[in-house]
Write a protein that binds this ligand. Structure first.
Ligand SMILES: [Zn+2]
Ligand SMILES: [Zn+2]
Length: 178
């Protein structure tokens, strides 16, 4: 995913629009499943020694619900905008990977191409929710018997929701009653 900057510069500040799409496993995470994919649209402008990008990143990935541990398809959607500063190409031997890293980590661009792979890879990881939920009101697994409470009620459900301190009190009461 690279953008040829001389074309952008010719537009003198007007935006050029680009789009990229592909599989997550080919670009960001070799361990991702076959169906996980992404699409990016990005507007690129050149102003002075700056390259300004604005875009949207969407992906669909396989995720595991942090409450009930089921697998589900999660949608990711994030807008991004960034300003990169043009810097002279110091080392002619820089590989596209080097340049992509420099662009992502130092927000600089050198040479004729803006390489976005690493920038978008980082965006992909940042756009993932730390604790994904299969649905906002997922009821999770019973701490007592492990039943999936989205599907089944279980007999220990009431017990599991009692605060631990109250549980101690209950034990104490039943001991005293005995
Ligand atoms: Zn869930
Ligand atoms: Zn239970």
């Amino acid at each position: 995913m690279r953008i040829f900057l001389p074309v952008v510069r010719q537009k003198k500040g007007e935006a050029c629009q680009y789009s990229f799409q592909g599989k997550i496993k080919d670009y960001f995470d070799p361990g991702a499943d076959d169906d996980s994919s992404f699409a990016v649209t990005v507007n690129v402008r050149s102003v002075g020694d700056k390259i300004i990008i604005e875009g949207n990143f969407q992906a669909e990935i396989e995720a595991t619900c942090c409450r009930c541990l089921c697998s589900f398809r999660q949608q990711l959607n994030s807008d991004f905008n960034e300003v990169f500063t043009l810097t002279p190409l110091l080392d002619k031997a820089s590989t596209p990977e080097d340049l992509a890293l420099e662009t992502a980590n130092q927000l600089t661009v050198s040479g004729d191409y803006l390489y976005l792979n690493e920038y978008l890879r980082q965006l992909f990881y940042l756009s993932q929710v730390y604790n994904p939920l299969c649905k906002p009101d997922c009821r999770g697994l019973c701490a007592g018997c492990g039943a999936d409470l989205n599907r089944n009620a279980c007999s220990c459900e009431d017990e599991a929701q009692i605060d631990l301190r109250l549980l101690k009190l209950k034990e104490f009461q039943s001991r005293n009653q005995a």
